[in-house]
Design a protein around this ligand. Structure first.
Ligand code: PLP
Ligand code: TYF
Length: 394
């Protein structure tokens, strides 16, 4: 029956994760899939999340069906957290993580503007971006993002490529902590990007999965607010997976600012129709956890403080890795890792070197050279640096 189906391209990130899981060596290291790990190599259960869970259990709260667009309180809290207290609440839907927000947004866009429009992605981008927008029927195009060395932002290249897009194209922008490169536009680059979007009639789809991991929560929200304040047509996908360490709960939100009441009602109806045919209602548990945290001043402050500690630990790890690699004889060849942001960097390792890291040293990275810095710790950093220097030497 299904023999005619072509197998889709396998996801190299998930494949690397499977290879790690199947590796029997005790000293194995997982630099592949993007998760934040603590100093003991564990995905943290954040203090505020733990307390919110306790309140849910102690309160004996039941789990009835909820609305198709999810919790209105959660959506209002998230909008205030990103766009500022007291600003207009955008039309929004609670989604299945950031991925669900991208999928819903892509479908709503295809319904609204037709799938003939171009969707432009940074080269490179998160490998799920292209299939998500392609599934909604869009034609995908790349825009330049990295300089020739592949380690810094190519401002002129990006601006030129955006300016060359047909009017009405959709531009997917990483809000920060770019996946897979860790390379972000500087704060002073964003006004020029927004001006190109405005002048050329482009639609911004801003994707945020790492808020709080870049320069700090409010700094990380600044580009998102800048796009919103410019009046450019905008969709915004927010993932709570990393910022609340709630990966498996599938908590996220799609927000669409600047809509008058009639447009907002239309969007909400289409979003609810999408939910109804895909999954009916979004999952409740992670959403209730985030809602409890954001609705309680003390819990919210503790969550932000712990997130800030996580951010600081990644920066320390970046510097420790750069200096340990230098001590292993690599000079400043990987100095860019210390200047980049978020969970990831592209190491510059070739596919062959990545394969050797896995085969000879039980270190699993993504074949394109992406490494998850947040998976390093005191116990594995020396091993990773020695092995990296070794595969680069021979
Ligand atoms: N967007 C980017 C850039 C990501 O790296 C991720 C990673 O998970 C997502 C969206 C999706 O997030 P989620 O796991 O919440 O679906
Ligand atoms: O890039 C990452 O590693 C994360 C997690 O199909 C992820 O964004 C990776 C692949 C995937 C879903 C999530």
């Amino acid at each position: 029956l299904f023999g005619t189906l072509d197998a889709p391209e396998p996801d190299e990130i998930l494949r690397s994760n499977q290879a790690f899981a199947a590796d029997p060596r005790a000293h194995k290291v997982n630099l592949g899939i993007g998760m934040y790990y603590d100093a003991n190599g564990r995905v943290p259960l954040m203090r505020a999340v733990s307390e919110a869970q306790r309140r849910i259990v102690d309160g004996g709260v039941p789990w009835p069906y909820g609305p198709a667009l999810g919790s209105e309180t959660l959506r209002a809290h998230l909008a205030a957290l990103v766009f500022g207290e007291g600003t207009p609440v955008p039309v929004s839907a609670q989604t299945l993580g950031g991925t669900g927000a991208l999928g819903m947004g892509a479908t709503l866009l295809a319904e609204a503007i037709g799938p003939d429009a171009v969707v432009a992605l940074s080269t490179p981008s998160w490998p799920n971006h292209a299939p998500i927008f392609a599934r909604a029927g869009f034609t995908i195009r790349g825009y330049r993002y990295l300089d020739d060395a592949g380690t810094a932002f190519d401002r002129e290249g990006m601006l030129a490529d955006l300016a060359a897009l047909p009017r009405g194209s959709v531009v997917v922008l990483h809000a920060g902590c770019h996946n897979p490169t860790g390379v972000d536009p500087a704060p002073e680059d964003w006004p020029a990007i927004v001006e190109i979007l405005r002048a050329h009639g482009l639609i911004a789809f801003v994707d945020a999965a790492y808020l709080g991991f870049g320069a700090g929560w409010s700094q990380d929200c600044a580009p998102i607010r800048l796009v919103r304040d410019s009046g450019v047509a905008m969709l915004f996908s927010l993932s709570c997976s990393k910022s609340f360490s709630l990966y498996g709960e599938r908590t996220g939100c799609l927000m669409i600012p600047h809509q008058d009441d009639a447009a907002a009602r239309g969007i909400a109806a289409h979003a609810a129709a999408y939910a109804r045919t895909q999954y009916s209602i979004p999952p409740g548990h992670g959403a209730r956890i985030v809602e409890i945290i954001l609705g309680d001043e003390a819990l919210r402050a503790d969550w932000l403080a712990e997130l800030e500690t996580m951010r600081g630990r990644i920066i320390d790890l970046r510097h420790a890795l750069v200096s340990t690699l230098a001590a292993e004889g690599m000079g400043d060849r990987m100095g860019h890792l210390g200047r980049q942001h978020g969970l990831f960097s592209q190491s510059g390792l070739t596919r062959a070197q990545v394969a050797r890291l896995a085969a000879e040293h039980a270190i699993h990275a993504i074949p394109d050279g992406r490494i998850c810095i947040a998976a390093l710790n005191e116990g594995n950093l020396g091993h990773v640096a020695r092995a990296t220097a070794e595969v680069c030497r021979h």
